[in-house]
Each structure stands twice: as C-alpha cells, then as structure tokens.
Design a protein around this ligand. Structure first.
Ligand code: CU
Length: 168
C-alpha cells in the first residue's frame, strides 16, 4: 500500500510541474491582431498576454458569437498603452483549466469585427480558428463603422460614453 503510494507520487509529480508558459503579443506594431492568433495548451499551462499600444482586451467569447463576451468568462479588462510607450507593456496571465476550445476577442470598438480574435485549442476540423475569425469579420457593419457606431449610440447611449472610446 505504502509502496504503491510512493510509486504513484514519484511518477505523477514530474507531470504536475511540466506546464508550459505561453506568450501572446496583443496588438503588436499597432496591428489589430494577437500574435500568435491561437495556441495549443494543456490543462495547467499559463498564457501571458502582453498589451502593446492602443487599448485592447482579451475577453472570452464563443465560437458562435466571436465578438460577444460570455457570462463568467475570462476578461483581462482594458489595458491602455500610450503611443509613446515602447517597453514595460502591461501583462495579464491566464491559467488553462480545461482542454476544450476557448475563444477570445478584443472588446475595443471595431477591433473584433476587423478580426482581432484569439483561441486556445481550436479544433483542426469543424469549428476551426479560420471559421471563428471569418465569423468575427462577418460582424462588421456592411455600411462602415460610423453607421455601426451611430446605431450603437442610439441603442446603448450609456455605452457610448465608455472610457474605452478614448484610445482606439
Ligand atoms: Cu483591440
């Protein structure tokens, strides 16, 4: 019994510490992208997001609605970085707790519809990252952003006053 317990401990302990630390750049070179756009991760892995200039988020969404925050999901919040800042970028770290696909987007106005989306463990077939990104791009208003923003302001007058509008 004791031997068995020790045996189990010895052979599972190394695995428990074998997690990977992933690094994702958020909006590098003023581009509306996460770099890389998706990663493959195991339970226990950590993912550190590093926020570049502008004002981005990493906000959990779903495959079906790429640009809509899900209830109780991960959200880094907004991380404003001035245009003259070139180092010491803010970071937010997430620990992977599931092995199912996780989908994310940037909440900043207009960023997700321009394809600013990210995924952890997207399937290689079926609900792929490419389909997820295409769905995000498809949320863009066909008549242009100014119409979409006017419509947002009409429907959500308080949201249009949000500080996130300051640094896009
Ligand atoms: Cu963004």
């Amino acid at each position: 019994m004791i031997f068995s317990a020790i045996f189990t401990l010895l052979f599972t302990l190394p695995l428990a510490f074998a997690w990977t630390h992933h690094h994702v750049e958020v909006g590098p070179n003023s581009q509306l992208v996460y770099d890389p756009e998706y990663i493959t991760a195991d339970i226990g892995d950590k993912v550190t997001f590093r926020f570049h200039q502008k004002n981005h988020t990493v906000t959990q969404s779903s495959f079906q609605t790429p640009c809509t925050q899900i209830f109780d999901g991960f959200n880094s919040g907004f991380n404003p970085v001035g245009p003259d800042v070139y180092d010491n970028f803010p970071t937010v770290t997430l620990t992977v707790l599931v092995d199912t696909p996780l989908w994310f987007h940037c909440e900043q106005t207009g960023h997700c519809p321009q394809g600013m989306v990210f995924a952890i463990n997207p399937p290689a077939s079926g609900n792929t990252f490419d389909k997820f990104k295409a769905a995000a791009l498809a949320t863009a208003a066909p008549t242009g952003g100014s119409h979409a923003r006017a419509e947002m302001a009409r429907r959500f007058p308080r949201a249009s006053l949000a500080p996130k509008d300051l640094a896009q």
